[in-house]
Write a protein that binds this ligand. Sequence first.
Ligand code: MN
Length: 256
Amino acid sequence: MKILLCNDDGYQAPGIVALHAALAAFAEVEVIAPEQNNSAKSNALTLHAPLYVHRAPNGFRYVNGTPADCVHIALTGLLDYRPDLVVSGINNGANMGDDTIYSGTVGAAMEGYLFGIPAMAFSQVDKGWAHIDAAAQAAGDLVRRIGAHSTPGGQAWLLNVNIPNRPLAELGAPKVCRLGRRHAAQKAITMTSPHGETMYWIGGAGAAMDASEGTDFHATANGHLSLTPLSVDLTDHHALAYWAQGLSHMLAGGEG
Ligand code: MN
């Protein structure tokens, strides 16, 4: 199995180092990851600046760009083969519910998926890297088992996985989940710069709002790995009929 490994915390982050070690036990793994922390960069691509690729002493390659940049250039110019799987992570912190919209970890995996390659994003629920080796073992095990069932050239899929920070023996079996929902983010934090200007810092993510049974929040709170298949089509299919009917009514109503 040939795996392209990326992340959003940067190529030196403990999460990608641990996951690389776990994956390299059974696969050919190429690391192409951001030089700097690119958390919350989602699917962003760098279109108005050049990207440079360098190789670190440990063999990892790093790019002065976003997670999606890394996967994009890997698949469109850097690699002379097509990987069987794109893996992203392990992220420093949860990517559950609404987090998936902002996540650079998910963005890197999604870039692979958009190129028709099966992809998996891995995140540890709590920040700080506690039990990262256990998380890497669990992630590696999942990649090996799932990878063995994917057919070359078959339909691509995109999986989002969150792993509780626990010793390996205390990790529950992976559960297939829907995404939960968070409350809106916390208030921005303001400070005064040395020049007297107001600085705004983006506030923390909101607490879980829908953490009911069947969600990623619920599964991980109970010690399980959460596994959510993601789609990319943002169409609100349930709302198509409402808007088709409502819009013609609104347009027929003139200026109101
Ligand atoms: Mn991150």
